[in-house]
Design a protein around this ligand. Structure first.
Ligand code: C5P
Length: 228
């Protein structure tokens, strides 16, 4: 079987300090968003993509992919979770759905395959993630530039996307999390709060999220080397 993807792309990317949202910066003459969407659609088990775009966004309609038959646009919302919920409205509750950041154009197809395998394992959904390599310090609440303690890193992971869940459960978890005012920075955090299991599937550090200016050069490098 094959799967739909929701891509939240309605953020402004403040940390990038660029003149436009980071998903519209160029790599090899193509926007980050186009790289991400075309890479997803090139995966043999991905059927279509729903992309959440800010209703005031002046950039999307000018892209070559704006009329792509397998790309459906919806209006994004105030928070990332609003944008994902808007996308989920186009997806049947019985389906499994991938959610993937617009700003991660380097995800590997092999890693997507490993994540999709969760659908047959009956242990719930999950996320791509990488184990933390650095020693992790928790800062003091009172003095934010002072170490309070060292957090043991052996059980710490960096959460990435795609994140892969049954669409109905994810919708319910996001709605519930928003209603409770929980900080929802990824889909898994809403699923965890709702009591659903979330599996960690080890991915690759290549799957970076473009956040700061240096990340663009790194993504360009990874994309120039890839074969799938
Ligand atoms: O800000 P951050 O890097 O965590 O954003 C992750 C993704 O969520 C980005 O692709 C961004 O465009 C998207 N987003 C969204 N709607 C918002 C905020 C962020 O679709 N209101």
């Amino acid at each position: 079987s094959d799967f739909p993807v929701v891509v939240p792309a309605a953020g402004v990317g403040k940390r990038m300090g660029a003149d436009r949202p980071k998903q519209y910066l160029l790599i090899h003459g193509k926007t980050v968003l186009e790289h991400t969407l075309l890479l997803l659609l090139a995966h043999p088990r991905i059927r279509y993509v729903v992309v959440a775009i800010d209703p005031q966004d002046p950039y999307f309609d000018a892209l070559d992919i704006a009329d792509h038959p397998d790309i459906k646009r919806v209006d994004g919302g105030k928070e990332r979770a609003d944008s994902v919920l808007a996308g989920l409205q186009l997806i049947a509750d019985q389906d499994w759905v991938l959610v993937h950041d617009a700003a991660r154009p380097c995800v590997r197809h092999d890693d997507i395959d490993a994540l999709l395998a969760l659908a047959d394992q009956h242990n719930g959904g999950g996320i791509l993630a990488t184990p933390v390599r650095d020693t992790m310090k928790r800062a003091s609440e009172q003095f934010p530039d002072r170490v309070d303690h060292t957090a043991p890193r052996e059980h710490l992971w960096h959460a990435q996307t795609p994140q892969f869940f049954p669409a109905g459960q994810l919708r319910q978890a996001l709605e519930q999390g928003m209603a409770k005012g929980l900080p929802i920075t990824d889909e898994a955090s809403a699923m965890e709060a709702a009591g659903y299991p979330v599996q960690l599937v080890e991915g690759s550090e290549q799957n970076l999220k473009i956040t700061r200016p240096d990340d663009l050069a790194l993504a360009e490098y990874y994309l120039s080397r890839r074969t799938t």
